[in-house]
Design a binder for this molecule. Structure first.
Ligand code: IPM
Ligand code: MN
Length: 355
């Protein structure tokens, strides 16, 4: 198959982890006789420097004309003091919105090989966990009305959490469909004891649940969910939640796996044009060739299965990552005494060898 992939390399460690994923994709292309072509779509701090804005229209067009988009990470100290709309992160929100990728899937599972890197106590980590966080990605407080105004106490700033029924329904359906393919449990996480938007969220989730009678559904308040994730992550299968709660809980879940560098994500809307990115940031202070590329490489695997319908090719990458871990190769973030410490390039070489 021929596929065109837009690359948003981004800032900090972004370019090197994307390069790693591209090398892995090229190995897959060679093995299966596919042809992947790549086109750059500048975004983030580097785009601010060259184009004067974090997401030039030309990059949006490049992405829209591609079959899928692979993204590293954006942001850095140099651009930290810019106004909201000019920040690198505004580019990230902009491309998610432009591609209409409302469903962000963040799988977080504990590799038995990395149990000791997990901050969980042995008795908890032994049981393992395999969670899929389904995070709403193009709505909620990230995109609601915001501003600065003068209030009764003087200058004040506000952001608004707003969800429409349609936005809740479509993300709920994604969660239920995913649960069908997994352990048939959806935990919908909200703050319905306080927020009106969460009360509507709950109601719609219950309505949609009627269409999926074989899925077990439960509600959980987000504060309790954070506690439950730390105490007993094995109880979760699919977590369904809003944009901001999903952002926060996915960092927590990633920490439980041993490193945020391991977690991939796939973002899809109603078409197969998806956006694939690791869940971590650009780590601007990290020296070159130290970063863990596994989150990005596994994101490329999700691209193969979710956008290109290449499940076997995706599995090859996942298996190669496991073999790399089984053979004791570790990047600095997951390194322990007695293991083989690898640079970004070296661990990528190993993964490629195992494909
Ligand atoms: C993530 C990131 C982004 C988010 C930031 C960089 C805007 O934290 O993808 O989790 O909050 O969505
Ligand atoms: Mn985040």
């Amino acid at each position: 198959m021929n596929k065109k992939i837009a690359l948003i390399k981004g800032d900090g460690i972004g370019p090197e982890i994307v390069e790693s994923a591209v090398r892995v994709l090229d190995r897959i292309a060679e093995k299966y006789n596919h042809k992947f072509t790549y086109v750059d779509a500048p975004m983030g701090g580097n785009a601010i420097d060259v184009f004067g804005e974090p997401l030039p229209q030309s990059s949006i067009d490049t992405c829209l004309k591609s079959d899928a988009v692979l993204l590293g990470a954006v942001g850095g100290h140099k651009w930290d003091n810019l106004s909201g709309k000019m920040r690198p992160e505004a580019g990230l929100l902009g491309i998610r919105k432009a591609l209409k990728v409302y469903a962000n899937l963040r799988p977080a599972k504990l590799y038995p090989q990395l149990k000791e890197r997990s901050p969980l106590k042995n008795e908890i980590s032994e049981k393992g966990f395999d969670i899929l966080i389904v995070r709403e990605l193009t709505g909620g407080i990230y995109f609601g009305e915001r501003g600065i105004r003068s209030g009764s106490l003087g200058r004040e700033a506000y952001d608004t959490e707003c969800y429409s029924e349609i936005e809740i329904e479509r993300i709920a359906r994604v969660a239920f469909e995913m649960a069908e393919k997994r352990n048939k449990k959806v935990t919908s996480i909200d703050k319905a004891n306080v927020l009106e938007s969460s009360r509507l969220w709950r109601k719609i989730v219950h309505d949609i649940a009627q269409d999926y009678p074989n899925i077990f559904v439960e509600d959980m308040l987000v504060d309790n969910a954070a506690m439950q994730l730390a105490k007993n992550p094995g109880q979760f299968d699919v977590i369904l939640t809003s944009n901001m709660f999903g952002d926060i809980l996915s960092d927590l879940a990633s920490a439980l796996t041993g490193s945020i560098g391991l977690l991939p994500s796939s973002s899809l809307g109603d078409s197969t044009l998806g956006l694939y990115e690791p869940i971590h940031g650009s780590a601007p202070d990290l020296p070159r060739n130290v970063a863990n590329p596994i989150g990005t490489i596994l994101s490329a695997a999700m691209m193969l299965s979710d956008s290109f319908n290449m499940p076997q090719e995706a599995k090859d990458i996942q298996d190669a990552v496991e073999k790399t871990l089984n053979n004791n190769y570790r990047t600095a973030d997951i390194y322990m005494d007695g293991y083989i410490k690898c640079s970004t390039k070296e661990i990528t070489d190993k993964i490629i060898e195992f494909i």
